[in-house]
Design a protein around this ligand. Structure first.
Ligand code: UD1
Ligand code: CA
Length: 464
């Protein structure tokens, strides 16, 4: 049976003091909920159901980008047991192994979830509860075990007697596995007869036990991966833990960091060996960086593909492809659809959008190149601009191989400059330039000898 996951994300997260639902707050490059969908996916869940409620539209809108995720709305928040029942009823899920995960526990490892589902998937248990013993158990539901080590019931902190609160130290971090068939058959037996008058998902333990079904305990030592986010300080703390976890992995794989505390890399990014990441570098989304690169300082790349032996200094790149031996920056901005071919150079204060920069071509200073196809061996003089926008349409500029464009050239698109052509500095190019031609648009120079001092004398005389 394929594995399913239900993620509980309907709560408000009052302590975040936010207009946005808690699960939409970002940890590194993505909202909390997407860390949990990612863990469920990597653990093998083929169908992922997110229970939304508070700020449902915002969560739904974000999750529209994750094709294997469906949202179910819980309009009344009557407790975690109710949230799961709503999800089961809306989706018809009634068989197979099922994970139920809190949407605010972003660091849980796929390996731990695989361990959690095992007693249900092939061990004959109706449910499994992840558990650990924190230094301070306050606030958590407490597990009670039988002699065989199975879970008898979970008692919420608010329902504990003082003896139970002090004596029961094994806690419930909020990650569960169920046999969906048993869960669906018996979830209707939950009641609100408790301190918070809610349907507790945790009461499923005693409900299932009442039907002579086994509930396994799956112990874990790593407390960090079980941590949840309830306020902004915890968000910052978990961000630091995620940063550390990812940076340690990258360093163990052969990446150098001058100062790992100032490098932030998203969980799906890959970085090749002998690449150096300098301070204030952020690599987000599906970015991949090759080997022997130097990235940073002050560089942010989102969904970029960077080949080997590339140097990007103070560069921002979003959705771009950079081939090997390219150098960029300091202060380059590469936007959607930029493709910088082998050995090219994009220099300082240069913006490139939706353009191909040919092999070995150079755009060294203060230029905007948008909607342009540029050949190999081109040199674009400082301050040159493709005027790609006429106020209504975006138009293309085509530049052949080995073209030399002088400084301060305006290329008014649509326009084509043929192979090997030469454009004189400060020209406004409005007509196609044939290959090998010279194009010059420049007023004739006038020189008036001795004019400056004569003018000064005249002005002083007028004043007297
Ligand atoms: C829950 C557990 C507790 C455990 C703790 C770990 C129950 C009854 N208790 O308590 O044993 O130690 O998590 O953090 O489950 N949610 C909904 N709909 C609801 C209520 C909650 O979607 O109607 C979501 C919340 O958004 C949250 C998750 O379920 O993501 C947990 O709910 P919360 O109210 O925070 O449960 P706790 O009191 O922390
Ligand atoms: Ca001019």
């Amino acid at each position: 049976m394929p594995m399913t996951a239900i993620i509980l994300a309907a709560g408000e997260g009052t302590r975040m003091k936010s207009r946005h639902p808690k699960v939409m707050h970002k940890l590194l490059d993505r909202p909390l909920v997407s860390w949990v969908t990612r863990a469920a996916r990597e653990a093998g869940a083929e169908r992922i159901v997110v229970v939304v409620g508070h700020g449902a539209d915002e969560v739904r809108g974000h999750l529209a980008g994750e094709k294997d995720v469906e949202c179910v709305e819980q309009t009344e928040r009557l407790g975690t047991g109710h949230a799961v029942r709503v999800a089961l009823e809306a989706t018809g899920i009634s068989a197979g192994p099922l994970l139920v995960l809190n949407g605010d526990g972003p660091l849980v490892e796929p390996d731990t979830l695989r361990r959690l589902i095992a007693p249900v998937a092939d061990g004959g248990s109706a449910a499994a509860i992840l558990t650990w013993t924190p230094e301070d158990p306050t606030g958590y539901g407490r597990l009670e075990f039988d002699a065989a080590g199975s879970v008898v019931r979970i008692i919420e902190q608010k329902d504990c007697t003082p003896e139970q609160a002090a004596g029961l130290t094994a806690c419930n971090p909020g990650f569960y596995a169920f046999d969906a068939e048993q869960l669906a058959a018996h979830i209707g037996e939950l009641s609100t007869n408790n301190a918070q008058h809610e349907y507790y998902l945790t009461d499923m333990v005693s409900v299932l036990r009442g039907h002579s079904l086994n509930v396994a305990a799956v112990k874990t030592e790593d407390a960090d991966e079980l941590l949840g986010v309830n306020d902004r300080a915890q968000l910052a703390e978990l961000t630091r833990l995620a940063q550390e976890r990812i940076n340690e992995r990258l360093m163990s794989e052969g990446v150098t960091m001058l100062d790992p505390r100032t490098v932030w890399v998203g969980p799906d990014v890959t970085v090749g060996r002998d690449t150096v990441l300098l301070p204030m570098t952020m690599l987000w989304g599906s970015t991949t960086v090759g080997e022997e690169c130097e990235i940073g300082p002050n560089t942010r790349l989102t969904d970029c593909t960077v080949a080997d032996h590339v140097s990007l200094e103070e560069t921002v790149g979003v959705d771009v492809t950079i081939e090997r031996d390219v150098t960029c920056g300091p202060r380059a901005y590469l936007r959607g659809g930029a493709h910088v071919l082998e050995g090219a150079h994009v220099g300082t204060h240069v913006e490139i959008k939706n353009s191909t920069i040919g092999c070995g071509s150079k755009v060294p200073h203060l230029s905007y190149i948008g909607d342009c196809t540029m050949g190999a061996g081109v040199n674009i003089g400082g301050g040159s601009i493709t005027c790609n926008y006429d106020g209504v349409h975006k138009n293309r500029t085509t530049i052949g191989d080995n073209v030399f464009v002088g400084s301060d050239t305006m290329m008014v698109a649509p326009v084509t400059i043929g192979d090997g052509a030469l454009v004189g500095a400060s020209s406004c190019v409005t007509k196609d330039v044939p290959a090998d031609a010279l194009y010059l648009e420049r007023a004739e120079q006038r020189i008036v000898e001795g004019y400056a001092s004569r003018r000064l004398e005249r002005l002083k005389r007028d004043e007297a």
